[in-house]
Ligand binder design. Sequence first.
Ligand code: FDA
Length: 372
Amino acid sequence: MENYDYLVVGSGLFGSTFAYEAAKRGKRIKVIEKRDHIAGNIYTHEVDGIQVHQYGAHIFHTSNKQIWDYIQQFAEFNRYTNSPVANYNGEMFNLPFNMNTFNKLWGVNTPDEALKKIEEQKKKARIVGEPKNLEEQAISLVGTDIYEKLVKGYTEKQWGKKATELPAFIIRRLPVRLTYDNNYFNDLYQGIPIGGYTQIIKKMLDSELIDVETQTDFFENKDQYLSTFPKIIFTGMIDEFFDYRLGELEYRSLKFETDELNMNNYQGNAVINYTDAETPFTRIIEHKHFEFGNGDKNKTIITREYPANWKRGDEPYYPMNDAKNNELYKKYKELANTIPKVLFGGRLGQYRYYDMHQVIHAALTAVSQEFD
Ligand code: FDA
């Protein structure tokens, strides 16, 4: 098919939502994707009848009814509730911090007793004035016990820096929930698509007006793409698009180590966070629990997630939205505004820590700016 209206770079949720909506409006679209599969970081695939979240645990959650209805067009969702558990040197605690956590930590039974304990600890730590770093900030919010056992090691691994060297603003709030409720998210709607996420993207891209080419990197033919397509939706890294000419934006990367085990149930929960400093990974995911144990009863698939520094060529999983990087991003955005034929979208194109519902929202906003 020739005479495309759009080139979409990246088959993740942003690019695919845009392509789907553009095709609905009769436009012709070519999607290129540098990986050997579609769906970006929400990609799931089946092993032993289990949906494996290849790029980390993905739980869909939103309070926006429109977005919730939108995503249901493409898959049926289960009633999964994110209730991660923390393992601190073998002691298990419920997350987010709630009455179950406080009961295990201190033996307290009521919200009043828990609040008293937190206040006592905050006072004892004597943080005077504005917290100077992440450690002081966290202690001033939740006291020393929660900080030491559930925040410190995990955060230091996540960022690759000591908590005393990290800026306070990384943690604006640490939600303390004074009920016996292990539901991590406050959103009205959450769940996991039965049969995985890839089907969603497959359905979005399933149109006679959309051609998809995997294992195709935009940068191998950048000039040609720029000259032949009337409009480009770019969901890769905005600094890479401009050949890093204003400097590199910072990202965090991850390494995933996946094992197939000959047992039915390894850890009894989909997500267990390892909050001590010594364990090198931050969490273990046991994929079958995202779908309530579906799959082979004699097998289970687990993935250990290791945070990693990012350098060119690594996967840029998380933008590092601190003041310095946001400032640099603004400059790239100004540069992007000078080439209106390219629209930058998604986590990497907009350098924003978007969750899935926010990416859909951002893509639908781009669609209405383009077509309405
Ligand atoms: P995404 O990165 O998915 O897609 C971009 C695509 O562009 C990729 O496929 C990439 O290969 C391709 N590409 C890049 N450069 C290219 C080039 N030069 N040429 C061709 N192709 C190129 N959200 C949530 O709501 N709940 C959750 O539980 C989680 N959990 C979670 C865990 C982990 C570990 C991560 C990293 C992220 C999450 N998320 C999440 C966030 C979620 O993954 C995210 O919101 C969406 O996948 C972002 O979709 P995008 O399309 O923006 O990017």
